[in-house]
Design a protein around this ligand. Structure first.
Ligand code: SAM
Length: 333
C-alpha cells in the first residue's frame, strides 16, 4: 500500500525528520527509504498546506510503498487505537479522555523503554501560569523530570510550570536569528527553554528572562546552573512592570504568551532598541491568521511614536480545529 511521503536530500533530511516528528506526521511504523542522494520519509497522513510551509528547506511531497519496521514492538501491535501522546524527559503525557488509559500507559511503557511515568492530563493548560493538573496512570508517581532539547537540559515540574516539547523546532528557528553581542528579553520565559538555548549560543549574548510564576523562575535558576549559562538574568515578576527597568535594551523581544501577549505590547515596544525585533506569538483562526495581530503590534508602536517593518509571519503549529499557533516577527524602528 502506498503511503504519503516526503522526499528530501539526505544532507537536509534531519531537520525535516525532526519537524515531522514534532508535528506527529512521521510514520514510525514504516522504514525510512534511502534512495541515492535522497531519503523518503513516510507520513502518517497528507500534511495540510500550512504545515508544509513550516517544513524547513526544499523537499517534494509524494507517495511510495514502505516496508514495516521489523522486529520492533510497536504501539499498534498492543493497542487498537493509538492515542496522541507527548514525551517530556522520561514522562509520557496522555489526555484524560483516552479510552482505557491504564492499557495505553502499559503499552507506552512496554514499547518506550525510557518512559518511567505516564501521566494523564486532568485539565487543559490553564490560569495565568499556563499549567495543567495531572494524575499518575502508571510508573513512578511524579510530575518532575529532566528534558533534553538540542543539547540543553531542562528540569521541569509539569504541574508547577509550563513546558511543551512541541516548540523545539520553533526555538531552534529563533536561535538562528540571534547574533553575538545582542541582548534578548524573554518576557514569558517559563523554565527557560528559549532563554537557555539562546544563552548557550554565545557568552557574548545577554538574556533577560522574566516570568511571573515563582516556581517557573525557581526551575529557571536551576536550569541556568544545569546548563552552565552565566549570561541569563532570571527575574521573577510581571513582564509589564519589569520591562520599565530595561527600556531600549533589547535587540530581540520574545513574547511567548499566546492568547494574552497583546496585553504586553506597550511594554515590549518600550524594551526595543532601534531596529529590534519582536517575536510575537498568538493563537488565531484560519480566516485571520495574522491581520488582527499585526494591527495590534502596529498600534502599540504608534502609541510609542515608533514605526514598524514586517520581518516574517508564520504558522508554528496547528492548535485546535481551524486555530493556529502563529508567530509574527516585527522590526520596531
Ligand atoms: N516561554 C516558555 C516556554 O516556551 O516554555 C513559557 C511559555 S508559557 C506559554 C507562558 C509563561 O508566561 C508562563 O510561564 C507564565 O507563568 C508566564 N506569565 C504569565 N503572565 C505573566 C506576566 N504577567 N509576566 C510574566 N510572565 C507571565
Amino acid at each position: 500500500m502506498n503511503r504519503n511521503c516526503i522526499k528530501v536530500l539526505k544532507k537536509k533530511g534531519e531537520p525535516i525528520r525532526r519537524s515531522l516528528l514534532e508535528m506527529d506526521l512521521l510514520d514510525n511504523s514504516a522504514r525510512i527509504i534511502s534512495e541515492g542522494d535522497h531519503l523518503l520519509l513516510p507520513l502518517t497522513r497528507k500534511p495540510e498546506e500550512v504545515e508544509l510551509k513550516e517544513l524547513p528547506g526544499d523537499f517534494e511531497l509524494g507517495e511510495h510503498e514502505f516496508e514495516e519496521q521489523k522486529g520492533q514492538l510497536k504501539l499498534d501491535d498492543l493497542l487498537e487505537v493509538v492515542p496522541h501522546f507527548e514525551i517530556v524527559g522520561d514522562i509520557a503525557l496522555i489526555e484524560d479522555d483516552v479510552a482505557e488509559p491504564e492499557k495505553v500507559a502499559d503499552a507506552i511503557m512496554t514499547v518506550k523503554k525510557n518512559v518511567k511515568t505516564v501521566l494523564a492530563a486532568m485539565s487543559p493548560v490553564e490560569g495565568e501560569f499556563r499549567t495543567r493538573r495531572f494524575r499518575t496512570v502508571a510508573g513512578e508517581d511524579r510530575t518532575s523530570t529532566i528534558h533534553r532539547e538540542y543539547g540543553s537540559r531542562f528540569y521541569i515540574d509539569l504541574e508547577r510550570a509550563y513546558f511543551t516539547p512541541r516548540l523545539a523546532t520553533e526555538r531552534a528557528r529563533i536561535l538562528t536569528q540571534i547574533e553575538e553581542g545582542q541582548t534578548v528579553v524573554d518576557m514569558f520565559a517559563g523554565v527557560g527553554p528559549y532563554s537557555i538555548m539562546i544563552a548557550r549560543k554565545s557568552p557574548e549574548i545577554q538574556v533577560i528572562a522574566i516570568d511571573k510564576n515563582p516556581d517557573a523562575v525557581e526551575f529557571l535558576h536551576r536550569n541556568v546552573e544545569l546548563n552552565s549559562t552565566s549570561n541569563v538574568e532570571a527575574i521573577e515578576g510581571d513582564a509589564n512592570i519589569e520591562a520599565e527597568r530595561f527600556a531600549s535594551v533589547a535587540d530581540h523581544v520574545i513574547m511567548n504568551l499566546p492568547h494574552n501577549a497583546n496585553e504586553f505590547l506597550d511594554a515590549a515596544v518600550k524594551l526595543c532598541a532601534p531596529n529590534a525585533i519582536i517575536h510575537y506569538y498568538d493563537i488565531t483562526p484560519e480566516d485571520d491568521l495574522f491581520e488582527s495581530s499585526l494591527k495590534l503590534i502596529d498600534e502599540a508602536a504608534e502609541r510609542a511614536g515608533r514605526t514598524t517593518e514586517l520581518v516574517e509571519t508564520r504558522v508554528v503549529r496547528s492548535y485546535a480545529p481551524h486555530q493556529f499557533n502563529v508567530c509574527i516577527e516585527m522590526r520596531v524602528l
